[in-house]
Design a protein around this ligand. Structure first.
Ligand SMILES: Cc1cc2nc3c(=O)[nH]c(=O)nc-3n(C[C@H](O)[C@H](O)[C@H](O)COP(=O)(O)OP(=O)(O)OC[C@H]3O[C@@H](n4cnc5c(N)ncnc54)[C@H](O)[C@@H]3O)c2cc1C
Length: 453
């Protein structure tokens, strides 16, 4: 039995995208009959697998505006519920061990600052310089924005003594941190349900369209829900669900994993920020390991220079031993499949990469632990902007392609989608995230960087 066979809006997917859309439609725009349909428990496919971090530090001005709006909304929601989702503002710390890396960090930071992410302050350790302001462990009250670039190795060691002594520059991005995505999503869902949103278990298998307009949504078991508004929030299945309305969405998926290391030796302080290794690197292998890797077609790439961007952060409260490790050392575009394939070597390789950044982690290579790894898909567009807004069929909408930033963008994305659906006032950036943007001549020219890290 369906809880209802008609709805004003049917949302396909109870990930953070679908839930945020439901929250903004019901709680902020007053839409009454909203049904979210998903065969799984809410937030259980991708949205509970993330590293839950946020930042307004993006090279693309439209993304900066969207993220700043999203962070404003998250702060407002955190104020409202007494920070029930544990939002902090410890920042992202990008670290390099070489001069060329330091120049690249500076150049890149100047561009991102110009894109609107906030002022850049540079500290070279000269007498009379203003002091670098450290982050606070808890809360999001510190309103320092932009970024601090530390160019003095002693200054870096004073503040972050666990980093390699080879660190020559560290960029501390300040409107950034992390939160509990599960608790954030649950808070939005609870509010939405109190405002009347219903959740139905089921898989969307068809969308009935007549005269170019959505008429009904059909579930896999044959149930039919009459509606004139259908929202595709299907995460990694965005493309398949888009094709139910005859539209080919320009998205693809990459697999991304994360390891949960038990830091029993307390190598990473519990108050650390999210720390990112900004250098490409070659891993250290013994001659025997090298020989073994050379003979394996699938693993030989591990002998090459590998990508920058390995990162880590403490997870949980002061008594938790968990540190999250992430390193996309082998970017792979794949067709999403579940359960996701887990690379059995992931934890060890991520650890080997991050030892260059935090040498103390070497103890866990000497005394290895049973790997604890999960992950999901970054479903994304080529220029790494999300898809939020109307689709070519009247009454059909999309909120997705949230890539590696779906938690941080979800609030502004949900708000924007609700404005499109209800005819509310659209922000200046609205058209930059709608599907129609690809019709603009030359639109894709000028996206050099995807801003992923
Ligand atoms: C390892 C990793 C680290 C990440 N780190 C961060 C981070 O630090 N910060 C950040 O902001 N983001 C991060 N992300 C990205 C973020 O997790 C995603 O962008 C976000 O969770 C996507 O949310 P979604 O709602 O679009 O998709 P999902 O959470 O996958 O939800 C989609 C839902 O749609 C449902 N669905 C699919 N098809 C159908 C159908 N036919 N009928 C009904 N329901 C359907 C699915 O069952 C699912 O519940 C990370 C992701 C990964 C994998």
């Amino acid at each position: 039995m369906l809880s209802s066979d008609t709805a004003d809006v049917v949302i396909c997917g109870a990930g953070i995208a679908g839930i945020s859309a439901a929250y903004f439609l019901a709680c902020r725009a007053g839409v009454k009959e909203i049904l979210i349909v998903d065969p799984r428990d809410p937030l259980s496919l991708t949205s509970d697998k993330s590293s839950e971090a946020y930042r307004n530090w993006w090279p693309d001005p439209a993304m900066v505006q969207l993220m700043d709006r999203s962070i404003d909304l998250m702060e407002e929601l955190a104020d409202e519920c007494g920070n029930c989702f544990h939002m902090n503002r410890r920042g992202y710390l990008y670290v390099t061990t070489n001069r060329a890396g330091a120049e690249a960090l500076l150049e890149n930071a100047e561009e991102i600052s110009k894109a609107g992410s906030g002022p850049l302050r540079v500290y070279s350790g000269e007498p009379g310089e203003p002091s670098y302001v450290p982050h606070q462990e808890h809360g999001y009250a510190q309103d320092l924005a932009g970024a601090d670039l530390l160019l003095n190795p002693d200054l870096i060691q004073n503040h972050f003594p666990y980093l390699t002594k080879n660190a020559v520059a560290a960029l501390h991005v300040r409107r950034a941190g992390w939160l509990s995505a599960q608790q954030f999503g649950q808070y939005l869902l609870d509010q939405a349900r109190s405002a009347g949103v219903k959740l139905e278990r089921g898989k969307v298998a068809g969308v009935e369209i007549e005269h170019g307009r959505v008429q009904a949504v059909v579930l896999e078991d044959g149930r039919r829900i009459r509606t004139n508004i259908f929202v595709n929030a299907a995460g990694p299945n965005l493309k398949d669900v888009g094709s139910l309305t005859g539209v080919e969405l320009p998205v693809y998926s990459e697999i991304h994993l994360k390891a949960m290391l038990r830091d029993t030796q307390e190598i990473i302080p519990r108050d650390a920020p999210l720390v990112i290794y900004a250098d490409r690197q070659m891993l250290n292998w013994t001659p025997e390991e090298k020989q073994a890797l050379e003979s394996e077609n699938d693993l030989r790439f591990l002998l090459d220079e590998l990508s920058a961007g390995g990162h880590l952060r403490p997870e949980g409260g002061s008594s938790s031993p968990i540190v999250l490790l992430l390193w996309d050392y082998h970017g792979q575009i794949v067709e999403p499949a579940f359960p996701i394939p887990i690379d059995p070597e992931y934890q060890e390789i991520a650890l080997r990469g991050l030892v260059s950044l935090v040498p103390g982690l070497n103890v866990y290579l000497e005394r290895s632990q049973k790997p604890n790894v999960d992950g999901g898909y970054y479903t994304r567009t080529v220029e790494n902007r999300p898809l939020i807004g109307p689709m070519p069929i009247e009454g059909s909408y999309v909120i997705g392609a949230l890539s590696g930033y779906g938690i941080m963008v979800s609030a502004a994305a949900g708000e924007l989608l609700a404005a499109w659906i209800t005819g509310g006032k659209l922000p200046d950036y609205a058209h930059e995230f709608a599907l129609e943007r690809y019709d603009r001549p030359g639109y894709l020219e000028g996206f050099e960087e995807d801003g992923q890290l």
